[in-house]
Design a protein around this ligand. Structure first.
Ligand SMILES: NC(=O)c1ccc[n+]([C@@H]2O[C@H](COP(=O)([O-])OP(=O)(O)OC[C@H]3O[C@@H](n4cnc5c(N)ncnc54)[C@H](OP(=O)(O)O)[C@@H]3O)[C@@H](O)[C@H]2O)c1
Length: 252
């Protein structure tokens, strides 16, 4: 049987790494991207290979749409070299950064950086990768609980994530003709390096989030990696255009 392949952006650390490992544990081949941390990405590749599953890594700055054509041709080469295939099955638009700054102080440069990484990047990267995505394949975008509830300091970031939630419905509508299902996962606050690792490293913040979460703790990378693997399972192939929040019930 042909091995399915997932392309995970931002797979060197955090939620993307966890999702890549969980998908690989189900036998899915992985192309994971990194921005700066090539060694971390190579370590993830090695771990996946230790499961007997093929993996490759590529550099990508999702904030630089002028690089996407070259990136797509790198993806095509990896597909041919590592898997002898012309297409992949799952695209997970996960890469991203956090900038915590009040609305009144947000600069145009900060807004543009967040827009390029969290909205324009996934928009045009997905467009550029469409010819390589198999008919009947799946796209999973990544939003945030912050697009539903408001916490001071995330106006620009959350606005981009809200944009991705709208885009997800349009992609589902327009790509449905190719049998491609498109959904978006919205994690709550998770213990990763994101935003300087605040949720993980700042005890006060950690306790605050836990106290506002129905299930009584902050999220862990496993909570999201497992959910991503589940959302991309065959059993959920009829689900499209959906926002699925995985937050343990944050700010209900
Ligand atoms: N953690 C949370 O609480 C949380 C909650 C809701 C949503 N999210 C979303 O989940 C996604 C992953 O977050 P995370 O917590 O896993 O963050 P993270 O631990 O900081 O990891 C970020 C990943 O994205 C890559 N990356 C950063 N900037 C990039 C760029 N410009 N181009 C390409 N790749 C880039 C990093 O690569 P390098 O290792 O090379 O730097 C790394 O692999 C993001 O979209 C974030 O907005 C996170």
């Amino acid at each position: 049987m042909t091995q399915s392949i997932a392309l995970v952006t931002g797979g060197s650390r955090g939620l993307g790494k966890n999702a890549a490992l969980k998908l690989a544990q189900k036998g899915i081949g992985i192309i994971l991207t990194y921005r700066n941390n090539q060694q971390d990405a190579l370590d993830v590749v090695r771990e996946i290979e230790s499961y007997g599953v093929k993996a490759a890594t590529l550099a990508l700055n999702v904030g630089d749409s002028s690089s996407f054509e070259a990136f797509a041709s790198d993806v095509q080469k990896q597909l041919q070299q590592v898997w002898q295939r012309e297409s992949f099955d799952y695209l997970i638009n996960n890469a991203g950064i956090g900038i915590n700054v009040p609305f009144a102080q947000t600069s145009e440069a900060q807004f543009d950086e967040l827009m390029n990484i969290h909205l324009k990047g996934p928009f045009f990267l997905t467009q550029r990768l469409l010819p390589l995505l198999k008919d009947g394949g799946r796209i999973l975008n990544v939003s945030s609980g912050l697009a539903r509830f408001a916490l001071p300091g995330y106006a620009a970031y959350a606005a981009m994530k809200g944009g991705m939630e709208v885009l997800t419905r349009y992609q589902a509508k327009e790509l449905g003709a190719r049998g491609i299902a498109v959904n978006i996962i919205a994690p709550g606050a998770i213990e990763t390096d994101f935003g300087g690792g605040q949720v993980r490293d700042n005890a006060q913040m950690n306790q605050f989030v836990a106290s506002q979460t129905a299930l009584g703790r902050v999220g862990l990378p496993d909570d999201i990696g497992n959910a991503i693997a589940a959302l991309l399972s065959d059993e959920l192939g009829w689900m499209t255009a959906q926002r699925v929040e995985i937050s343990g019930g944050m700010f209900l």
